[in-house]
Design a protein around this ligand. Structure first.
Ligand code: PLP
Length: 426
């Protein structure tokens, strides 16, 4: 089977541009005529540093990341992003509270500081989660595993108002965020910008997380990274695995507000966290350590960083001054065409999520009301046309067309033709 005859709509790992893969084959054997491949050179070599700098630069250009933000590369995957958010931001929150208490009671009275701090942690430590799909659910479960249920506030569980199913984002006035008080409020608010399994995407940044006293906002953008403009300043932390829109599996990218790093913010000492029964995170997840070492505290898979760099530099070259707005237009157009076809034949197809929160990246729908045999036949017909990876997630079934950046407009149009053809013949 020829690669050029296939259009792959899998949810990730996702396709990569063919030219990037062709060049990758070459650099794996011989990078820049050195007689050594990219996986064989030191992550501390000048070549590796250059790759790291170029990849960072391309991301900064695409998303217009301001100077007061840091870009980190980790091997954590998206899932490690859930844990790192908790380890780092809880530790920063604790240290801030400790410093405030110490200023009040005096630095030399450690026992009194600890006693007061214990009570503050007990009463006030809250991590707010907006649960709108299975990935934010998993993130909230990880937070509960790490710090305990009493510190995790599920400010919204989208299933509660939707017959126990995801596919809907409740109105903001229905969210029960931890109240913002002077010096108080949640340690952070967390959401997943695009839910890959259920096909739910936040249409815009939530209003209730804005304002002068806005909380620290953390977002998982694993499945819609670099697919639309992002006002980075509204976030404390943005993270995502690279393997959907950016590159291949192996790295996660973190965009972090620099004020969360030393000297502005410090993390609590491991002894203090232990005394408070709070988790001490692995050093490789420690933002301050990773940032201080330019993401090279431990061995970074430079080949994966190179792939991500190639993908993003190609977008920078293609869209020039329009940056990510150019890609956003294409992503929106592909999604529009597919949803238009699904809506046109709504007697046959049913889009799962609510119209206003439909994901541009993961288009989830049922065929014939979800009849398993008929959906199987639909998938078989698609495969015959080279339209692969359309089977829905194992937990929810149905059909899912993932519309990541490497899916071409031509591929999306072929899917639309198949949707029309199938509907006419059904
Ligand atoms: N977050 C989202 C939105 C995802 O779609 C995924 C994986 O598909 C993850 C997190 C988990 O990523 P990883 O498998 O890299 O840990």
């Amino acid at each position: 089977v020829n690669r050029s005859d296939i259009h792959y709509f899998g949810a990730g790992p996702a396709p990569l541009p063919t030219t990037v893969l062709e060049n990758a084959a070459h650099v794996l054997l011989n990078y820049k005529d050195k007689g050594l491949g990219l996986c064989e050179i030191s992550h501390r070599s000048p070549e590796a540093n250059e790759i790291l700098d170029n990849t960072k630069k391309a991301l900064i250009t695409l998303l217009d990341i301001p100077d007061d933000y840091e870009v980190l590369f980790l091997q954590s995957g998206g899932t490690g992003g859930f844990s790192s958010t908790v380890y780092n931001l809880v530790s920063i929150w604790v240290e801030k509270k400790r410093a405030q208490i110490a200023a009040e009671v005096g630095d030399d009275d450690d026992a009194k500081v600890l006693e007061r701090l214990r009570k503050v942690v007990d009463d006030e430590l809250k991590l707010d989660y907006l649960v709108t799909g299975s990935w934010s659910l998993k993130a909230s479960q990880e937070a509960t595993r790490l710090v305990g249920a009493k510190h995790v506030n599920v400010a919204v569980d989208a299933r509660k108002l939707n017959n126990g199913k995801f596919g809907h984002i409740p109105a903001e006035h229905e969210w029960s965020l931890t109240p913002r008080t002077s010096g108080g409020g949640p340690a952070f608010v967390y959401f997943c910008d695009n839910e890959t399994v259920g096909g739910v995407e936040f249409p815009a940044f939530p209003h209730s997380l804005e304002g002068d006293d806005a909380p620290l906002v953390c977002a998982d953008m694993s499945s819609n990274f670099i697919s639309r403009k992002v006002d980075v300043r509204k976030y404390a932390v943005i993270f995502g695995g690279a393997q959907k829109n950016i590159g291949n599996t192996g790295i996660a990218i973190v965009i972090l507000r620099k004020s969360l790093l030393p000297p502005t913010s410090k993390t609590a000492s491991p002894d203090l966290l232990r005394a408070l029964n709070l988790p001490v995170g692995p050093i490789v997840f420690d933002y301050a350590t990773v940032a201080k070492n330019n993401s090279l505290y431990n061995t970074l898979p430079i080949f994966d960083v190179w792939v991500a760099g190639q993908v993003m530099e190609a977008l920078v070259d293609k869209y020039g001054a329009r940056r990510i707005a150019g890609q956003e237009e294409v992503s929106n157009e592909k999604a529009r065409l597919i949803y238009e076809a699904l809506d046109k034949y709504s007697h046959l197809y049913r889009v799962v999520p609510d119209k206003v929160v439909r994901s541009r990246m993961n288009i989830c729908f049922r065929v014939h009301g979800g009849d398993p045999e008929k959906e199987k036949a639909f998938l078989a017909g698609a495969e015959k046309r080279g339209l692969l990876g359309l089977k829905g997630h194992r937990d929810v079934g149905g059909i899912r067309a993932s519309n990541y950046n490497a899916v071409s407009l031509e591929g999306a149009k072929l899917l639309v033709s198949y949707l029309e053809e199938y509907a006419k013949s059904a």
